[in-house]
Write a protein that binds this ligand. Sequence first.
Ligand code: TYM
Length: 332
Amino acid sequence: MEMETKKKVLSCIQPSGMLTLGNYLGALKNWLNMQEEFDCTFAVADLHAITVRQEPAKLRQQIYSTYALLLALGLDPEKSTLFIQSHVAAHSQLSWLLSCYTQFGEMSRMTQFKDKSAKHADNVNVGLFSYPVLMAADILLYKPDFVPVGADQKQHLEIARDIAERFNGIYGDVFTVPEPYIAKTGARVMSLQDPTKKMSKSDENLNSWVAILDSPDDIMRKFKRAVTDSEARVCIGEEKHGINNLIGIYSAITGKTAEQITAEFEGKGYGDFKLAVGEAVVEELRPIRERYDAIIKDKAALEVLYREGAQKAEYAARKTLAKAMKKVGFVL
Ligand code: TYM
């Protein structure tokens, strides 16, 4: 009974390359925190990954790896539904339906589409354009109350809400209109080399981002090289993008406020501060990496879990899909 009264949470992550400290602080850490209190569904969004060209063997490996990482984080398949998006056909099906209730104009305004189409000018495919509709389907199928994401996904979440409201406006109460859940710290982790840009695994400068699975030495090296400023005082400042970012990371991990952090490093240089942030990150990620190394070795056990996860997800997803199809007028 208790399960039914819990509020619902849904989120997904793309299996595109190594996951970063940005993914961890902006999203995954919150997923873990929400696991006890909410009825959670989390997916590896593999369908989204092919909006840019992927090498098949590498993509397959990344899907396994991302699923294993969710387990290594401490997400528990007994408590949460953990699955691979393409295993539940309802995502693609609802996506088509919803695309007929989404305007070309509103998709054209998506900043991520503009950025990505500029970056992959030789492959501006229709999937890249309609990606937010698939994301809306991912969300609306599970009727979540909250969707925990980093700040970069806010616009996509707003469009999902608009689509849900539009559909409900025509056909009655089919979808739950979800609220974004964006944490106060860690929602936008910036590049360590150009802290005016978001930390991203597609950044060619490998010192600009930290992977969740990086070795302690690599993590320390990247933090030691992090770009700062010449003021040499650990405090938030309008032009102190590098230090603001490091304070944000340290705060998201330790739970300390910016004021407490400034007090802690009063009279100390940036060198000390960078070491402290690096060490905090190393210790935060160490147990995850150790668990990951064990989990990824057992593909058979992984398969049992992702198949079971897909079955659970399918049950919920099909119900919502059937309701939406019936409302539109399909024969079921
Ligand atoms: P993706 O795979 O790019 O990122 C996964 C999550 O990590 C967050 N994130 C960050 N947070 C803070 N700082 C950063 N530098 C940073 N980089 C990434 C993202 O905001 C995200 O929460 N379209 C989504 C995946 C998706 C999805 C969904 C999310 C597909 N369907 C349904 C929620 C609900 C994406 O590409 O995230």
